[in-house]
Design a protein around this ligand. Structure first.
Ligand code: SAH
Length: 389
């Protein structure tokens, strides 16, 4: 059976390739193709010899090439792109690319399905199937890096062609068209620069693989991504928050709070039984104090459930004087669960109360509402379609 080399560190890759007779410098070249150029086909790695390419193809696979794209949805504004990925074992996961002013971020899934059974969420409709491995999490980002590279290459080709036609017709000297190869401010081609672990699954229940993936993105010889550009979102698994604190890495923590009345939160998020939200806030506050990072509390606004004046005041009381901010998420309705989005006026009222109480608050920019962007919605829809076939 072939060995999959995706997600190995350079040291591990060197050892694995050497076991099949490949030289150390080859491992370095392959590593650069994979993680700096997002090229996953051995045959496209131009500086390798034909013999070595054949050897690599005979013995190894590269996970992103083993993954199939089952569905792709692009939002009408062109800023959000969601993929449903078919994994080699037949499972599927969602991953989302978002184009912000500051660059590209990817929302990765950490598990196939989810066992948390939050009432408003589509990911947990059928429970968790399994944890994702670190390479499977890394591949979600690199599949988008590959797409960004290809887009750049196409743009470069087009502008070179345009320049050539222009030069031919006007006989003007034009060697470097202005729009050639759009690059970011650092002069590097576009790559994903932020990762949020906020897709399907509960990352704190797959701690080692999630951290393994984030550590991989942080490496200087891969994405060289700062931990400050990474966020883990949890429904409130306290031991996970504590483990994260022990890491001493400035990873951002987001907590899905969604309600500040105990009964209501338990009915929306059964995890509240084991880890009551008051204790979760205390653990998150300790995390923030240990690392100096502000905690973001996510709060889905559900019409007539958790959007009252009283809820806004209570939320303010719990978070007052904490190093925290609130991200309000007007609910993406999941048809199966019958939740509705509050009116614009109700959302504004909630925001105003938090502001009056000096709680830092943002309302999540709606990205990709037209592409089933809430967790698990695309996967659930796909599964339903398959059942109906
Ligand atoms: N298990 C983790 C990460 C995955 S959920 C967590 O709970 O934080 C990521 C975020 O999407 C959570 O805040 C979750 O509550 C939110 N979410 C789930 N379903 C949603 C929906 N229908 N509309 C809006 N946000 C939703």
């Amino acid at each position: 059976m072939k060995i999959d080399i995706f997600g190995l560190t350079i040291e591990e890759l060197t050892e694995v390739l050497a076991s099949k007779g490949l030289k150390k410098f080859r491992a370095k070249q392959v590593f650069q193709w994979l993680y700096q150029k997002s090229v996953f086909d051995f045959s496209a790695m131009h500086n390798l010899s034909k013999a070595d390419i054949a050897l690599l193809e005979e013995h190894f696979t590269v996970l992103p090439r083993q993954i199939t794209i089952l569905r792709e949805q692009n939002s009408s504004d062109g800023l959000t792109s969601k993929l449903l990925l078919g994994l080699p074992d037949g499972n599927s996961v969602e991953t989302v690319l978002m184009h912000h002013d500051y660059g590209y971020s990817v929302c990765v899934s950490s598990q196939v399905g989810c066992d948390m059974h939050c009432a408003f969420c589509a990911s947990g409709l059928k429970g968790a199937v399994r944890n994702l491995t670190a390479p499977e999490i890394i591949a979600q980002v690199y599949l988008f890096n590959e797409r960004l590279r290809k887009k750049n290459e196409q743009a470069l080709q087009q502008s070179l062609q345009q320049a050539a036609t222009q030069a031919a017709t006007q006989k003007a000297q034009q060697t470097q068209p202005a729009s050639a190869n759009k690059q970011n401010k650092q002069g590097k081609p576009d790559m994903v620069s932020r990762v949020v672990v906020m897709g399907s699954g509960e990352p704190m229940l797959n701690f080692d693989e999630v951290l393994g993936a984030l550590d991989f993105f942080h490496r200087e010889d891969t994405c060289f991504m700062s931990y400050r550009s990474m966020t883990i979102s949890t429904c409130g698994i306290i031991p996970g928050i504590q483990r994260l604190a022990e890491q001493g890495k400035p990873i951002n923590l987001a907590v899905s709070l969604h309600a500040v009345r105990n009964d209501l939160r338990t009915s929306l998020m059964p995890v509240n039984k084991g880890f009551p939200f008051v204790d979760v806030i205390a653990a998150a506050e300790a995390y923030s104090e240990a690392g100096g990072r502000q905690v973001t509390y996510e709060y889905i606004l559900l019409k007539n459930k958790n959007d009252s004046v009283q809820d806004a005041e209570l939320l303010s009381n719990y978070l007052r004087y904490k190093h925290a901010s609130v991200n309000l998420i007007p609910a993406n309705p999941v048809p199966e669960q019958g939740f509705e989005r509050p009116s614009k006026a109700a959302i504004e009222r909630f925001v105003k109360i938090l502001q009056k109480n000096r709680i830092s608050v943002t309302v999540r920019k709606e990205m990709g509402k037209d592409i089933d962007a809430a967790c698990g919605q695309l996967r659930a829809k796909f599964a339903k379609e398959q059942e109906q076939k």
